[in-house]
Design a protein. Structure first.
Length: 276
């Protein structure tokens, strides 16, 4: 089974841990430690929704956790992106839970991106939502869909307003574990990623940020966080940030990393374009 921790009364995180080495290319070279891979399960008495299904490496532990937690509830699978860390176990979960339903705000047809047993396309119903919708049609009116300010491939973030949890998929993911047995929940600011480290980490994965016009991203970022003050920031990689004050520190440092930096010169921009 995955390691299971409770974020709120009705929200669980399913975590599997991978030791970091230089084969994991979204980390700054030389990074060491342990990376949590997280999926999130939100439940009430009758239904459950899994936010992202994880990578295939962790399929059996995720399935064991779902069987332990879901019981007879109706299961929904929500994919925040169309990458394998979000869809990697959709087919396997649909084999085990054939009545599960697939939900996403990504415009790419989900059924074309994964297969159930026998390498067959799924016949599970797939519902495409719009950015700005809620998940009320599936029994979760307290969950809002937001277009992620920092995004590729139609990325969405989810906001669970009762617990004030922001599910940020591949953003806010710089906080790793020192040992595999640590809690994935960070509740204080004893360690806080600084803006320079955050920016270097962002550029390792999103190298196009060095060339991007940040005006629209900054506008969307500020609008989202003016409206929502998280008590928990929940990425699919890395530790979950807990507590209102701590989350504000984390958000402030990420904002500095994104927007408070020296613009790239024309000569440097030309060099980066050649690299990219």
């Amino acid at each position: 089974m995955s390691h299971i921790e409770k974020l709120a009364e009705h929200i669980y995180v399913l975590t599997d841990v991978v030791e970091i080495d230089d084969r994991i290319t979204w980390h700054i070279p030389g990074t060491r430690g342990y990376e949590p891979y997280n999926e999130y399960l939100i439940m009430d008495d009758e239904r459950a929704i899994l936010i992202d299904s994880g990578i295939a490496l962790h399929g059996e532990s995720i399935l064991s956790s779902l069987r332990e937690l879901i019981g007879s509830r109706q299961l929904h699978l929500y994919a925040t992106r169309i990458e394998l860390e979000c869809l990697g176990n959709h087919g396997r979960i649909l084999d085990a839970f054939p009545d599960a339903k697939v939900v996403t705000a990504n415009v790419v047809p989900q059924a074309a991106l994964f297969h159930v047993s026998g390498f067959r396309a799924t016949t599970a119903p797939v519902r495409h939502m719009q950015m700005g919708d809620t998940l009320a049609d599936f029994g979760f009116p307290n969950i809002n869909i937001y277009q992620a300010p920092l995004r590729m491939l139609g990325t969405s973030w989810l906001w669970e307003k009762n617990s004030r949890t922001l599910f940020t998929t591949d953003s806010f993911n710089t906080d790793m574990l020192d040992s595999p047995g640590e809690s994935v929940l960070r509740r204080d600011s004893n360690w806080l990623a600084q803006p320079d480290f955050i920016r270097n980490s962002l550029l390792q994965k999103f190298d196009w940020l060095a060339l991007a016009d940040m005006e629209m991203i900054e506008r969307d970022w500020d609008a989202l966080f003016a409206k929502n003050a998280p008590l928990a920031i929940a990425p699919i990689h890395g530790r979950i940030q807990m507590g209102a004050e701590h989350c504000q520190h984390v958000i402030a440092n990420h904002r500095k990393a994104l927007f408070d930096h020296t613009p790239v010169s024309k000569n440097k921009s030309a060099q980066l374009e050649k690299q990219i």
